[in-house]
Design a binder for this molecule. Structure first.
Ligand SMILES: [Zn+2]
Ligand SMILES: [Zn+2]
Length: 141
């Protein structure tokens, strides 16, 4: 199982033209396995126990590199922390105001700016905030 996930992260890095060092593979692997939109701090606290040589700076720099190469995307739904997402297909995010969980939701059809527009769109980020179904059912009790 471990070998398979390692291979996946290595393949992902190579696909985006990133040379796969152990630290990069570890972080990419974490991103592929945790679709929770983690912050750099969350990644650090999960990994530094297993890999003491992995510093916060390495994590920040690696995440920056992965974003620059297009292997992951940066999301800014949380005004305090930058979050990272291994899902790079266009999608939107819903943040629950109660539990803080960030869910992937399909992108809405955006009106107004189209291909015919003078603007060439490289990125669309749509954020929703509210109460998720789990928290809603808990609140109803
Ligand atoms: Zn919730
Ligand atoms: Zn996402």
């Amino acid at each position: 199982m471990k070998t398979i996930t390692k291979l996946n992260s290595q393949e992902t890095l190579l696909k985006y033209g990133i040379s796969p060092s152990i630290h990069r593979m570890t972080i990419m692997n974490y991103m592929l396995q945790h679709r929770t939109h983690p912050t750099a701090d969350e990644i650090y606290s999960h990994l530094h126990g297993d890999i003491p040589t992995l510093s916060k700076t390495t994590i920040y720099n690696t995440l920056k590199l992965l974003v620059a190469k297009g292997a992951i995307q940066e999301i800014t739904i949380d005004e305090k922390n930058t979050r990272y997402d291994a899902e790079i297909e266009p999608h939107s995010h819903f943040k629950c105001n109660v539990c803080g969980h960030i869910y992937d939701v399909p992108s809405p059809k955006i009106g107004g700016i189209t291909d015919k527009s003078i603007y060439k769109i490289s990125e669309v980020q749509v954020y929703y905030r509210g109460i998720c179904t789990i928290c809603r059912s808990l609140l109803m009790h």
